[in-house]
Structures are given as C-alpha cells and as structure tokens.
Ligand binder design. Structure first.
Ligand code: HEM
Length: 289
C-alpha cells in the first residue's frame, strides 16, 4: 500500500499463524501518520506499540476498568437505566445490526422474543441473573458478530521481527491486516455463510473467544479485545430489554426483504442507512394477564 509493506490475512490457517503461533512477533501496532493522529496524547492502548507503556495500560484496563467484578458493579446501574448504557460505538453498532437482522428474519425475532419473555415474565423486568438462561439470544449475538463484526480488519498489527508465515518470509515492520470479515463468511468454514442463522450454533461449538481462527471478531492473542465481556454483557442487556418490552415494526413503506443492509465505508463497519423502527409497548402483557 503506497510505500508500506502490508499483508492481508484471509484464511483461518494464516490467521492462526499470525494471532497465535507468531503472536509475540505480530503484537505491535504500526505507527503511521493516520494512526498517530487517532492516538490522543500518545497514551491509548489500542494503537500503542508493544512495550512497557502498553503493558501498563493494559494491566490497568483489565484489572481496574474491565474486570468481572468491576463490570458487575456497573450492572445494577445498567439494569436500572433501561438499556442504552452501552456507551461505545462498537456495542451500539452490534445492537443496530442485530435489530436489522431480527427485522429481516421474523421467525428468529419471534423465537428470541419468546425466550426473553419466558425467562423474565415473573420478574417483569430483565435481570442479570436471567441473562444466563438466554441461549438463543446468545446465538443471535454470535451470528451478528460473525456477519457484522464492527472491525472487519481487526486493528492493524505490525511484525517486530522477520518471520515465516504460510511458507512466506515476512520482513520486520510489515503491517498485517486480518480480514476477519472474509474469513467469517468463507464457505470453506461456514455452511450457508451469507445466511443469518443463529440456530447454527446449537450444534456448532465454535466461539469468538480467541481459539477458533475462522471467527475472531474480538481478535486473539496478546492484543485481543479486553472489553469483550463488557461488550457482550452490554449487548445482551440492551437486546433483552428491547425484545422484552416492545414489539417492533418497520415503517409502512419498508418491506423487510428490502431492508437496506449496506455497510458504510470506514474503519468501523456501521450500517450505511439509519434503522428506523416503530416500537409497540408489549410488557406488561396487558392482553394476557
Ligand atoms: C462488540 C464490541 C467489540 C468488538 C467486536 C471489539 C473488537 C476489538 C478488536 C477486533 C480489537 C483488536 C484485537 C486484536 O488486535 O487482536 C479490539 C481491541 C480493543 N478493544 Fe475492543 N471490541 C468491542 C468492544 C470493546 C469495548 C466495549 C471496550 C472497552 C470498554 C473495548 C476495548 C478495547 C481495547 C482497549 C482494545 C485494544 C487492546 C490492545 O491493543 O491491547 N472493546 N477490540
């Protein structure tokens, strides 16, 4: 790319070599002008080069900000605030895509809503405890992450030494883009890859926790997303609330099959068109109780 040496990783095998076998070599981030301009005051984690500063920041992030205990301490507030506490772009992007897919797939929407309503009907509100019982909603989120990972090329890596990947010599300083978007839609690894089919995860145990290299929306290895648990908890809570309290319709002029699913250009994979939906308050179940 211009004067920069860049390789694009587009298979599970190559992703495993970069993110696992040679993770210690590919765990830095390139410091091009665009990335320098994104880094604020030179003290962020995501774009920091590998080294002591990154290690310290990551430690603080994991122990102080995103530990299970700390995330749980936010939970009571999250439950009380209904649902839009998912204060990051990535999380909102996933909620947006998930709702669009649910609108295009009414049977999936109906199965997800039945599950959420069955689990929370007694408490009449969505609670953290009950979220663990939502297996179908969890598959919906997995399938959304498979098809619409917010970072389709993850975050660029840079090699700290020369090494061999898939039999090729990769010089020190090469930028590596992992094309997670292409890999998680590759028919070699996925049955009906373009179809939104949460049911696939009923028998398919592949997960996004950094061990299955055909499914890496959160990356893998040393630079894997430390916000994964927080993000999942936020998405689950928001979607469970949206499905528990409301039925959803598209505006009259829009046919579900025609819903615009185009992606906007950019670092993050957002929907190009805004998603307009009509909520109908559904809980308390006035007609049933
Ligand atoms: C659905 C939501 C999210 C997705 C799909 C996502 C995905 C990613 C990916 C692909 C990476 C790069 C991993 C790699 O290079 O192997 C990353 C890094 C990172 N993410 Fe996330 N992320 C999400 C939400 C969050 C949230 C909510 C937070 C914080 C609250 C967060 C904090 C970070 C940080 C700090 C890094 C940089 C880690 C490092 O370079 O050491 N992410 N994320």
């Amino acid at each position: 790319m211009g004067e920069l040496l860049v390789i694009v990783v587009s298979s599970r095998e190559a992703a495993e070599e970069v993110l696992k076998t040679h993770d210690a070599i590919f765990c830095s981030r390139p410091q091009m002008e665009t990335i320098r301009s994104v880094r604020r005051r030179g003290s962020d984690i995501a774009f920091a080069p590998y080294g002591n500063e990154w290690r310290q920041l990551r430690k603080i992030c994991i122990l102080e900000l995103l530990s299970r205990k700390r995330v749980q301490s936010f939970r009571a507030i999250q439950e009380e605030e209904d649902l839009l506490v998912a204060g990051t772009d990535t999380v909102l992007t996933i909620i947006d895509w998930a709702m669009a897919e649910l609108m295009r797939n009414p049977l999936v929407m109906s199965r997800a809503q039945s599950e959420v309503r069955r689990v929370f009907v007694e408490q009449m509100k969505v609670t953290e405890e009950g979220l663990k019982k939502l297996s179908y909603l969890h598959w919906v989120i997995k399938e959304t992450l498979r098809l619409h990972a917010p970072g389709p090329l993850l975050i660029p890596r840079e090699s700290q030494e020369t090494c061999r990947v898939m039999g090729y010599d990769v010089p020190k300083g090469t930028i590596v883009l992992v094309n997670a978007w292409a890999i998680s839609r590759d028919p070699e690894y996925w049955d009906e890859p373009e179809t939104f089919k949460p049911e696939r995860f009923e028998s398919d145990t592949r997960d996004f926790r950094g061990h299955d290299f055909e499914f890496t929306p959160f990356g893998a290895g040393r630079r894997m997303c430390p916000g994964m648990s927080f993000a999942l908890a936020s998405v689950e809570l928001a979607l469970a609330n949206l499905l528990f309290h409301f039925d959803w319709n598209l505006p009259d002029v829009v046919d579900a099959n025609e819903l615009d699913m185009a992606k906007a250009m950019g670092f993050m994979c957002r929907r190009k068109a805004e998603l307009w939906l009509k909520p109908i308050v559904r809980v308390p179940f006035a007609s049933e109780n």
